[in-house]
Design a protein around this ligand. Sequence first.
Ligand code: AOF
Ligand code: ZN
Length: 346
Amino acid sequence: MTFSTAEHEAMRRALTLAATPAVPLGPNPRVGCVLLHDDGTTIAEGYHRGAGSPHAEVDALAAAGEWARGATAVVTLEPCNHTGRTGPCSQALIAAGVRRVVYAQADASPVARGGAEGLTRAGVDSEGGLCEQEARAINRAWTFAVDHRRPFVTWKFATTLDGRSAAADGTSRWVSGLAARRDTHRLRALCDVMLVGTNTIAVDDPLLTVRDDHDQPLPYQPMRVVMGERDLERARRVFGDAAETLHLRTRDPHAVLADLFVRGRQHVFLEGGPTLAGAFVQAGLVDEVVAYVAPMLLGSGRGAVGDLGITTIAEALRFTITDVALLGSGDSDPTVRLTMTPSKES
Ligand code: AOF
Ligand code: ZN
């Protein structure tokens, strides 16, 4: 791979542009594009703002007008080759007279892939792989969903030092402190689905919205999804109009993820109780764990996860810690947040 210094710099800028929108972009990836003159100076920039709006390449081409002729397009994702909500970017680049295309991440999506091949056939030089890891990280959930044909699952729970999520009498409010609860809302806002089981709705009646530090709902709300076969009263708060809600009448995690994938959802925030969490863990469908650990002991009460059928230590499911943070150290109820991914061997 041979990339010039100007192309490297332009890719860094394109990655920054891609990351600009503050909220998830629906089913679409974050993409940035920079158009360069031969001498390495920038002609125009563009980025994608969400499903139905122009792709990054077309956004940059529109800003460049006639200046795009002979340019090098530096894009964080391989240009698409399909007519979806908008037209194929590979064709738009060819039509604009772009001479070379440098991209970071190849597009593995079955409908959109093949753009680089189309460019080559039309005599446009194209090369991929520049800053590929960074580009994949920006669209972590989108990339995962395209590669695995299902959404990425983050399982979040709050627990005491002895792994209890509720006391013996069932009370569970609040195991973790205020800072941890605010942190949970921040993480919810990064997902496009919040998932719980029917039992959580029946017992806790949560609102399941994303709220700011003053408890006001944010403009962007992930979809609220309840899974399970039992009927629920329509008066439950989750069925109010604060956000979209879907009740999937199944207990099968695979079926739920398949359904959500078809609906264009890429990142599930699993907030269920021990039964639901156990079902996802046992199905191997937890991709990330966020555990809020509060410095308190209960000694009894239900655990964060139900029975996993493990009877001996050698069978323990193991996780790799990717981040540790102390939240709310200044207030009265500090909490440790552990972020983990399943260890390969487990
Ligand atoms: C984007 N933005 O800047 C690029 C994308 O159905 P559509 O027309 O919205 O196309 C979505 C697909 O197009 C997307 O999943 C990805 O494979 C490809 N490229 N998409 O939303 C962009 N370049
Ligand atoms: Zn496109």
